[in-house]
Design a protein around this ligand. Structure first.
Ligand code: HEC
Length: 175
């Protein structure tokens, strides 16, 4: 009997520990670091201009200097396929800070002060698409902690993310 117990006890403890870990994985609001999808260096290189060329149209400098209200998405922003690709991009570039529920509870975000903003707050949802675009591209506006992602995310993809964020709408009480 004693031998039997000696054998069962570690197994039981192991099962309990596993269960605890699973509960933590599924129910802890911040998620776990190892599940954060990482973009590997040079995974999808952004095009680099040939040397000796000078842009005379468009470009980041113009986006940055423009009044936010004059910046318009090149897409039909209510399009379901567009929003879906924006969702995928959000879960690549934003969710580690802003969280899977868009409330600012992302794992990485917890080390920031102030904490990442709730993207479904009235404050964010009432912003124009141009302001959101400039904010994620250059860190303009906000409280100065948002990383400037212009060199990380292509322009078109940024507009897709903006469309997705705006599609979320203001959080309902308790939601
Ligand atoms: C490395 C962490 C981090 C990442 C990645 C990140 N954010 Fe943020 N974000 C923050 C923090 C911290 C704040 C709050 C402080 C501030 O406003 O500067 C913030 C604020 C914001 C705000 C509020 C701006 C305002 O007007 O006050 C918006 C909107 C936003 N982020 C959108 C995004 C989107 C969309 C992405 C993905 C493209 C993203 N963020 C990626 C950390 C992050």
């Amino acid at each position: 009997m004693k031998r039997f117990l000696m054998l069962c006890l570690p197994l039981l403890l192991l099962a309990a520990a596993y269960q605890l870990l699973m509960t933590y994985d599924n129910d802890f609001p911040f998620g776990r670091m190892r599940e954060t999808p990482a973009v590997r260096p040079h995974e999808n290189p952004i095009l680099v201009m040939e040397s000796g060329l000078v842009p005379f149209q468009g470009g980041e400098a113009l986006y940055r200097a423009a009044a936010p209200e004059t910046l318009k998405s090149p897409f039909i922003t209510k399009d379901a396929a567009l929003i879906e690709s924006g969702r995928k991009l959000y879960f690549t570039y934003c969710h580690q800070c802003h969280g899977k529920h868009f409330d600012g509870n992302g794992t990485v975000g917890q080390s920031f002060a102030p904490l990442p903003t709730d993207l479904r707050s009235e404050y964010v949802q009432e912003q124009s698409e141009g302001r959101l675009f400039q904010h994620i591209s250059y860190g303009i506006g906000g409280k100065g902690r948002q990383p400037a992602l212009a060199t990380t995310i292509e322009i078109q993809d940024r507009w897709k993310i903006v469309a997705f964020v705006q599609s979320l709408g203001i959080r309902k009480p308790g939601g």
